[in-house]
Design a protein around this ligand. Structure first.
Ligand SMILES: *Cc1c(COP(=O)(O)O)cnc(C)c1O
Length: 380
């Protein structure tokens, strides 16, 4: 076929597509950061981001990726030899574990198979057995498997045991209900290239007063990510000026729509995607799928790596494959951020094309039809 037009569809759980009006903000003149003009922009960006976090806690904006905000959480909450609990159901739970180890903490890990999840009752049991644990590290949306966990439930448990709760909401925020203050979550971290619809390079961490108190007490060496430095001055070093313009623009869009509506929109897209998967007789991978992405088992006899590479390289549709031990076994369709129902239809159409090429016969249009019928029923 002649190569006429090659359009790109970014349906991976980060980086996600950036709306034009957010991209254009990034092209505005770079101004000096120690000026009243920039301070106003930064203040507005932080205020808007607090709205998305649903918090009045201090919120620090970092020139780093999401992992930097995770490092900030660990460095400011744990000292060497301190006992902590890590909830790990995939690659990003493992990252909490690695970070805690780097800072010398004794991490008790509640580990589940990929695809599975941890319940608040299980956390309660582990905290009963470990009354000397001081912090719990959890993940709202485990991006490697598409699993969402009950942070509200975890928070009830950690409050009962008087331990701090730090949650990686890097992919979950914006897509998944997350009520930092109402639920009483001490530290929440997120990153720009996921639900916020920005390019990579910004990360955010909210700290409750209890978490800031802990940051005063821990003995872990830290400099760039020292919470006390950010508490004193929200821009202790040069902030990512142009990304902060973009952050302000993106949170304005989210506030205009209303965060509950944003969550509901993601929920509808997630369910539409699940309908599409079922219509192709494919199986979901996660036992507790959420609004961020849908992980799908690669059908028997099909090369999973090829599904992802052919869709991307020949048809311009970028999904995510499986990471680590999941390589070739699953693929992940993201519906996070600036994604419309039609994007999901395109993803299914391209998937049908590639499955047929790989010898797995599926009818054309089945996935997209299921998506459209569901969206219509939901009034979209
Ligand atoms: C993407 C992601 C990260 C890592 O973020 P980076 O920006 O790549 O550092 C951590 N946790 C979760 C849940 C993620 O989705």
């Amino acid at each position: 076929m002649a190569k006429l037009v090659r359009k790109g569809y970014l349906l991976a759980p980060g980086p996600t597509p950036v709306p034009n009006e957010v991209s254009l903000e990034g092209a505005r003149e770079t101004i000096h950061h120690r000026t009243p003009q920039f301070k106003k922009i930064m203040d507005e960006a932080i205020e808007g981001t607090k709205y998305v976090f649903q918090t009045e806690n201090d919120l620090f904006m970092l020139a780093s990726t999401g992992t930097g905000a995770m490092e900030m959480a660990a460095a400011n909450l744990v000292s060497a030899d301190e006992k902590v609990v890590v909830i790990s159901v995939g690659k990003f739970g493992e990252r909490w574990e690695e970070l805690c180890k780097v800072f010398g903490a004794k991490a008790i890990t509640i580990r589940k198979e990929y695809g599975d999840y941890v319940s608040p009752e299980e956390l309660d049991d582990v905290l009963k057995q470990n009354p000397d644990a001081s912090v719990v590290f959890a993940t709202l949306s485990e991006t490697s498997t598409g699993t969402v966990m009950d942070i509200e439930g975890f928070s009830r448990v950690t409050q009962r045991h008087s331990v701090l709760l730090a949650v990686d909401c890097i992919s979950g925020l914006v897509a998944q209900p997350m009520k930092t203050d109402e639920w009483g979550v001490d530290v929440v971290v997120a990153g720009s290239q996921k639900g916020f619809m920005l390019p990579p390079g910004l990360a955010y961490a909210s700290f409750s007063s209890k978490a800031l108190q802990k940051a005063e007490e821990v003995t872990t060496p830290r400099f760039y990510f020292n919470a006390r430095a950010y508490k004193k001055d929200p821009a202790p070093w040069t902030p990512a000026v142009n990304l902060i313009y973009q952050q302000r623009a993106a949170v304005r869009l989210l506030k205009e729509e209303g965060i509950e509506n944003v969550w509901a929109r993601h929920e509808v897209l997630a369910e539409a995607t699940q309908r599409g998967v079922a219509a192709l007789n494919l199986e979901l991978f996660s036992k507790r799928p959420g609004n961020v992405l849908t992980a799908v088992k690669v059908p028997e006899g099909v090369d999973g790596g090829k599904i992802v590479s052919i869709m991307r390289d020949e048809y311009g549709v970028t999904l995510a494959g499986g990471q680590g031990t999941m390589k070739g076994k699953i693929f992940r369709i993201s519906h996070l951020g600036y994604v419309s129902g039609f994007d999901i239809v395109v993803a299914f159409t391209a998937l049908e094309k590639v499955l047929r090429r790989l010898g797995h016969s599926v009818p054309y249009g089945a996935g997209g039809a299921a998506v459209m019928e569901f969206l219509e029923k939901e009034g979209y």
